[in-house]
Design a protein around this ligand. Structure first.
Ligand code: PLP
Length: 421
């Protein structure tokens, strides 16, 4: 059913906090989804199988034994948390790409390489894919092309891993994409094709280009289960880290996780994983810019059969949070998580930018606006809960808050200095 109030607020670019009422038990919802916990575990096993190969391709992964994960950092901010603890899940510091796309984007390229290698008899089922580093295997992969549409981070991550494996790589970028991202990709031998329009147009162009070519795999950010599952494994990492930190997750001590949202693949996959791990005790909070609230609109529209782009309510995508500058949600992600999300938050650009500065000054974290949005949402929800009674939807006990900082450590110095000036 359409939520008229929410649609009308976001239409006016009003920053909102929208708690979604849970109607059914989490176990019931998860049991009815077409994607299962075993799919996430399968993705986890694939990441493990590929760890030796990843260490070989990227020596900076030696210290983590080929695992792509980030630290969970306690944040000392009495100002931000009136009660409970705050952590940053530092995906802005993920190895190699400095952003969360090293989970989803890398995963889909690894999966594709594995499938091609199996089909071509280069890899035996269950064997260690380290054999893909041999010249014969690389030669076989070099006949294939990976194509993706991106505002920047996805193209960067996909381009890097695709080239490292020997693939050809082609990234279609929208007008929002920052110049330095295009430059860096070209330096890695990736073909960058620029499009005048917005993100959806870049993806549509990439899709068309891919259809015309043989031996081509198109990574469809707007509709990819592989991306979704690659991201979901991050929930298992968070589970392990919270346990190590001695943090209990229970009815007495619930967990709020703040997830910046573009098309919804990253926050969606993580939400799916977190719900499997923590059930009803986790509260996933989706965070979007007021200039591109595509998932909030998708969920508020009540539509499950078609994408509702923000242009339909008269918004043209505009935000400095380029990782979130998306006009239409992934329908696949939206339908999987519609009953698993607890709160949608939208923020204006000024608030996100202020948090880039605060995160740097107060916590020493180097974030891009898309990632700083997670902290801004912690504050927004805190204020909302002190102003309104939310006891029918949200727990009032002391909680743990995790801001998922999704990108930024690889911003060039001059770009970051401008952000915090
Ligand atoms: C891509 C991205 C997101 C959101 O991921 P989606 O899958 O598009 O929802 C958030 N933050 C940053 C920095 C990103 O690059």
């Amino acid at each position: 059913m359409r939520n008229m109030q929410v649609v009308s607020d976001i239409e006016r670019r009003q920053p909102i906090v929208w708690p979604l009422l849970p109607h059914r038990h989490v176990e019931r919802i998860l049991a009815e989804l077409s994607v299962k916990r075993s799919d996430m575990e399968d993705a986890h096993d694939r990441w493990t199988r590929f760890s030796r190969l990843l260490m070989h391709l990227f020596p900076e992964l030696l210290s983590s034994r080929g695992q792509i994960d980030s630290p969970l950092l306690p944040i000392n901010s009495p100002d931000l948390a009136t009660s409970g603890y705050i952590f940053a899940k530092c995906d802005h510091d993920l190895p190699i790409t400095g952003c969360i796309k090293a989970r989803g984007g890398f995963y889909e390229v690894l999966l594709t390489a594995e499938q091609i290698a199996l089909q071509n008899g280069i890899l035996d089922p269950g064997a260690d894919p380290i054999c893909l580093t041999e010249p014969e295997a690389r030669k076989a992969l070099s006949r294939y092309r990976i194509v993706v549409g991106s505002t920047g981070n996805l193209g960067y991550s996909v381009g890097l891993i695709a080239k490292a494996l020997g693939f050809m790589a082609e990234v279609h970028m929208s007008a929002d994409a920052k110049g330095w991202k295009k430059k860096r990709l070209r330096e890695h031998g990736v073909t960058v094709i620029e499009h005048a329009g917005d993100y959806s147009e870049a993806v549509a162009n990439a899709r068309r280009a891919a259809q015309k070519q043989l031996h081509t795999h198109f990574i469809d950010d707007e509709n990819s289960l592989a991306l979704f599952l690659g991201y979901s494994v991050g929930a298992l990492d968070l589970e392990r880290q919270l346990k190590q930190a001695g943090v209990e997750v229970s009815a007495r001590r619930p967990l709020f996780v703040y997830l910046p949202c573009g098309v919804g693949g990253a926050p969606g996959g993580l939400t799916f994983g977190l719900r499997h791990v923590f059930g009803e005790h986790v509260y996933p909070v989706f965070v979007e810019p007021t200039g591109a609230p595509c998932m909030t609109l998708q969920l508020a529209s009540g539509e499950v059969d078609r994408v509702v782009p923000v242009s339909e309510i008269g918004l043209s995508v505009s935000t400095s949070a380029d990782g979130l500058a998306v006009g239409g949600a992934s329908l696949l992600a939206a339908n999987l998580i519609q009953e698993l999300v607890s709160v949608c938050v939208t923020l204006d650009d000024t608030t996100m930018k202020q948090w880039v500065v605060r995160a740097w000054r107060e916590y020493g974290l180097r974030l891009e606006p898309s990632a700083a949005a997670a902290f801004a949402a912690v504050e927004k929800l805190r204020d909302f809960r002190s102003a309104y009674d939310t006891s029918d939807v949200l727990p009032s006990t002391e909680a743990t808050h995790v801001a998922w900082t999704t990108g930024g450590s690889l911003l060039p110095d001059d770009v970051f200095l401008k952000e915090i000036a």
